[in-house]
Design a protein around this ligand. Structure first.
Ligand code: SAH
Ligand code: SF4
Length: 346
């Protein structure tokens, strides 16, 4: 079954306003619907009891509101991470993760079903690309978890675009979703609480710098050795690491915002003291932060994550060279909810 009606979440404020005015509805209805969808988290047009029945019927006839259908949810042993498999309107599958920290509830959402970039260490890359998600399908993942949390009077505090897919290969839909999640008239999540992670699509890093948003940018670096990076991340052939780093410099100069580098440590591959020095050499002087994470296991990649002492030594080298870094907590590995483990196997 393919969805013919557009998703209500695909509409921007202005698009909704225009649709309403074409229906002869007063302007204030936009605000009413927006509050219903993004603050009261209404998931069924029937619940819009503040709207006249005629308008409710028009909404039902014109738009779809069931964007993502949960198929299966699994919890990590400590119940701090949940992974949910969703089916989209056309049957495509995505996975989304909710992580609970002491003071944070972070939704890690998908921007594509699968991914076409083929990073060898990533389960999503190993499955290939099905299609881009619409902005509404991206937003709907956030709303799903917001509704779950609301049952315990809790709310989402952070959204990271680090689930399935390459956000900058679906740039327009991702930006529209960011604006919607951020919109103070609706969901109202602060831009600083939103992070987009990219494998390094150079022209889009530049475009993103020019958006004048406070949204955080993370770059999946993993090595500064261009030959090794091409082996691990084929996108490096098109956008070599040197150009990615130049685009990051442009981003920092233009936005005065810090860029985050993601670095998955792979035993014996990119985790030596020399590798740490090479990294420091390339990014010194840049306003940045490095997140170190031992590689998570995936089915089709035969390498292991670095041992804890190697990770510590790597961090020590970076710190000795005044590069700020954090060793990231691993979450939900046993349920395949860790970075790079999302594969949507139904
Ligand atoms: N496509 C985007 C965002 C999704 S991937 C990107 O690549 O940045 C989210 C993060 O998980 C990226 O930093 C990615 O490099 C990392 N990752 C992928 N596979 C991993 C693995 N097996 N172990 C640890 N991190 C991994
Ligand atoms: Fe795609 Fe990111 Fe996975 Fe690479 S790491 S295959 S870009 S999702």
């Amino acid at each position: 079954m393919h969805v013919e009606k557009p998703l209500i979440y695909d509409l921007s404020w202005t698009e909704l306003e225009n649709w309403l005015s074409a229906q002869g509805e007063p302007k204030f209805r936009t605000q009413q619907i927006w509050v219903g969808l993004y603050q009261n988290l209404i998931a069924d047009f029937g619940e819009f009891t503040t709207l006249p029945r005629t308008l409710r019927n028009k909404l039902v006839a014109s738009f779809d509101i069931f964007a993502v259908t949960p198929i299966k949810t699994i919890y990590s042993e400590d119940r701090q991470a949940t992974k949910t498999l969703f089916k989209l309107g056309d049957g495509c599958l995505i996975e989304t993760v909710l992580m609970l920290y002491e003071d944070r509830r972070t939704a890690c959402i998908s921007t594509q079903s699968g991914c076409g970039l083929g990073c060898v260490f990533c389960a999503t890359g190993q499955m290939g690309l099905s299609r881009n998600l619409s902005s509404g399908e991206i937003v709907a993942q956030v709303l799903f978890f917001a509704r779950e949390l609301a049952k315990n009077r809790d709310r989402i505090t952070n959204v990271v675009f680090m689930g399935m897919g390459e956000p900058f290969h679906n740039y327009d839909h991702v930006m529209k979703a960011v604006n919607l999640i951020n919109d103070p008239r609706g969901f109202g999540l602060g831009a600083r609480r939103i992070t987009i992670s990219t494998a390094g699509i150079v022209p889009k890093i530049k475009a993103f710098a020019e958006e004048d948003l406070q949204v955080n940018l993370a770059i999946s670096l993993h090595t500064v050795d261009t030959n090794l990076r091409s082996q691990l991340m084929p996108i490096n052939l098109k956008h070599p690491v040197a150009k990615v780093l130049n685009a990051c410099k442009y981003y920092v100069e233009r936005t005065h915002r810090r860029v985050t580098f993601e670095y998955a440590l792979i035993e014996g591959v990119n985790d030596s003291v020399d590798d740490a020095h090479a990294l420091a050499e390339q990014i010194k002087g840049l306003l940045c932060h490095v997140n170190l994470i031992p590689l998570n296991p995936t089915r089709k990649f035969n390498q292991r994550g670095s041992q804890a002492d190697k990770v510590r030594t790597f961090a020590d080298v970076l710190e000795s060279r005044q590069i700020p870094c954090t060793i990231r907590l691993r979450r939900g590995i046993e349920i395949g909810a860790g970075c790079g483990q999302l594969a949507a196997e139904a």
